[in-house]
Design a protein around this ligand. Structure first.
Ligand SMILES: Cc1ncc(COP(=O)(O)O)c(C=O)c1O
Length: 325
């Protein structure tokens, strides 16, 4: 029986901002299970209940908790992502200022995303060009300027995947463990999209602390498996050091077979998985994160990587805003 005490010892040291609604539901996908000949479940992290934020809400819950504890009055992050939009939303409701450094001019960005940032009162700083170096330099200069002006700045990793952000998915793993204890349903596999790595690292920390035996597979949506695995290991090492855990992820599984042509490019398998999930279960998946993970689930059920008697948990990490632009 997995234990949650060690998870609680870790999480108890870190304040949450109280964003969102958790635990999110875990439900059986009855029609897909029948079709796949296994028992498929979903963790509804598309329903984290704050600004259509999906998995970002869990990360921000701890990040903003940490920002408040460190008496920050200003958040700074970079890039036009659902993470920065949700950081902006959290800042707005908690009375903090939020600045986002945006690569390129306003015209380079989707107008729908711009409208959401405007609605949230975000201070956007567009810069010339898209080069990583230029964005980083503008970001660092902005932070220096804000600090020189007396602001107490909390810097948010773009994607929220630092040690504190990963705690959001340690919390999610705690909920999974509790579900298994309450229902007797033990998940042989857990499957989710992996990008900036915080989701996978948090889940793996939770697994390690609880001793829950399962295979957590990150379906790569942005990088080939070797690069993605290296990034997961790097964050895992940071987490271990920061929280004093004696842990290395020696059971890491990353699969890049569903990446298609690359980050943010839809694929035929993902489109077909998303139609299947919509028609069988009324579950909406975005094309470039959750649908790629769903394509893996479909293939694993077909090729026997998930056995007929096994339970698999698909983590729906959100991406709902992306359905509309
Ligand atoms: C909808 C969705 N799912 C999954 C991910 C991947 O999560 P992580 O960045 O924690 O690896 C992202 C990241 O942007 C996302 O937006």
């Amino acid at each position: 029986m997995p234990a949650i005490d060690a998870i609680d010892d870790l999480l108890g040291q870190h304040p949450r901002a109280g964003l969102g609604i958790t635990p999110t539901p875990i439900t059986k996908l009855a029609r897909l299970s029948e079709r796949f000949q296994c028992s498929a479940y979903v963790l509804r992290d598309d329903l984290t209940g704050f600004c259509l934020g999906g998995n970002k809400v869990r990360k921000l819950d701890y990040l903003i908790g940490d920002a408040i504890r460190s008496q920050a009055d200003t958040l700074v992050t970079m890039k036009a992502s659902s993470f920065s939009r949700n950081a902006a939303a959290a800042a707005a409701v908690l009375g903090l200022e939020c600045h986002v450094v945006m690569p390129g001019s306003a015209q380079c960005h989707n107008p729908a995303s711009g409208r959401l940032f405007d609605a949230l009162g975000t201070r956007l700083h567009y810069i010339d060009g898209q080069a990583e170096d230029a964005v980083q330099q503008a970001h660092d200069m902005l932070i220096a300027k804000l600090r020189a002006g007396g602001r107490s700045v909390y810097v948010l990793h773009p994607g929220g995947s630092d040690a504190i952000g990963a705690l959001g998915y340690v919390q999610a793993f705690r909920e999974i463990t509790e579900y298994s204890t309450d229902t007797g349903v033990h998940f042989d596999h857990i499957l989710h999209a992996t990008g900036s790595t915080g989701t996978q690292v948090g889940l793996m920390v939770g697994q390690n602390l609880s001793g829950y035996s399962t295979v957590i597979t990150g379906i790569a949506v942005s990088q080939p498996a070797d690069v993605q695995s290296r990034r997961v290991r790097e964050l895992a090492a940071t987490v271990s050091e920061r929280f004093g855990l004696d842990w290395v992820p020696d059971n890491l599984v990353v699969d890049d077979q569903y990446l298609g042509e690359g980050y943010a490019i839809p694929s035929a398998e993902a489109r077909s998985a998303s139609e299947l999930f919509a028609r069988a279960e009324g579950l909406l998946l975005d094309d470039v994160y959750t649908a790629k993970a769903a394509a893996a689930l479909v293939a694993y059920a077909q090729n026997g990587r998930i056995g007929t008697a096994q339970n698999v948990l698909f983590i729906h990490t959100g991406g709902n805003a992306g359905l509309f632009y």
